[in-house]
Design a binder for this molecule. Structure first.
Ligand code: OOG
Ligand code: MG
Length: 264
């Protein structure tokens, strides 16, 4: 690489975190980090993510949970990656159910249908599915807005992890009983009443509960606990779909109901 600013031993985590964080704040795309001379390892990418989230928290944002990414084949194939990822969600990303979000805040946003969990007990480490299920207060249909800060929405696994997994916004429908069988629910995402993505919750690791178990595991591996009250997004069940100004997006999830928002 001609403009290698750093080799792997001298990577400046703070400097790179500032790059991705500023790209998000300014809603301006940047080149992939490897193309900027920052060939990160996956571990370094998570350090960059942690630092960029620390920048957000220093500006007054609060962490409200975490999201899982690439928990379905549909997403892995769409983005050309082959491993699960995770990253923190903050209150600044939350869009009131039925509310509006501003087109100007994004670079090239996409939206995807998800399922959310609300924890009533802390989770961390290797836990059985039964333990995971006993830790949940409620489940809800959810829409996640992802907005990669990289040109053309193209990235490596390390790039997207460093960019806090493209996290940008999310909305939650009404919370439903955690006893609801969510293993195989039909999910239809509509743009202005027209179906654009149709899938099943089973696409999420065969059963979305597995994604929550994976969230507990990765949190544990990172030396963290998901506290009671955390929201966990299980990951998209279908490919993501490009948003446009003015569009009304609605997810209808069998048994769980709807989640919706409008782009201003
Ligand atoms: C990364 C985020 C992946 C999911 O649900 O799979 C994700 C991206 O696709 O930009 O949120
Ligand atoms: Mg997602």
């Amino acid at each position: 690489m001609s403009n290698n600013k750093s080799n792997n031993s001298t990577i400046n985590i703070k400097e790179i975190a500032q790059l991705v964080d500023e790209a998000a704040v300014n809603a301006t795309a940047i080149s992939q980090l490897s193309a900027q001379g920052y060939p990160l390892t996956l571990a370094q990418a998570y350090q960059v993510q942690e630092q960029s989230v620390a920048n957000r928290l220093a500006r007054g944002e609060q962490q409200v949970g975490i999201k899982m990414g690439f928990t379905s084949r549909a997403k892995m194939i769409q983005m050309g990656v082959d491993d699960m990822i995770w990253g923190p969600l903050t209150d600044a990303m939350f869009i009131e159910e039925g509310g509006e979000t501003n087109w100007q805040e994004y670079v090239h946003p996409r939206v995807e249908p998800e399922i959310a969990f609300l924890l009533k007990k802390p989770l961390s480490g290797n836990v059985t599915l039964a333990e995971v299920m006993a830790s949940v207060e409620a489940v809800a249909p959810a829409l996640e807005i992802i907005d990669s800060r990289y040109d053309n929405f193209k990235f490596s696994l390390e790039d997207v992890v460093a960019d806090n997994c493209s996290s940008s916004g999310f909305t939650l429908g009404a919370w439903q009983s955690a006893q609801t069988d969510i293993a195989n629910l039909g999910m239809v995402m509509e743009f202005d009443g027209e179906a654009v993505e149709i899938g099943s919750s089973a696409a999420i690791l065969g059963n979305p509960w597995r994604s929550l178990a994976a969230a507990a595991r990765v949190a544990g591996e990172a030396g963290k606990i998901l506290p009671a009250g955390s929201i966990v997004l299980a990951g998209a069940s279908t490919a993501a779909y490009a948003l446009k100004p003015g569009v009304h997006v609605r997810l209808t999830c069998e048994k769980l109901g709807i989640a919706e928002f409008t782009v201003k």
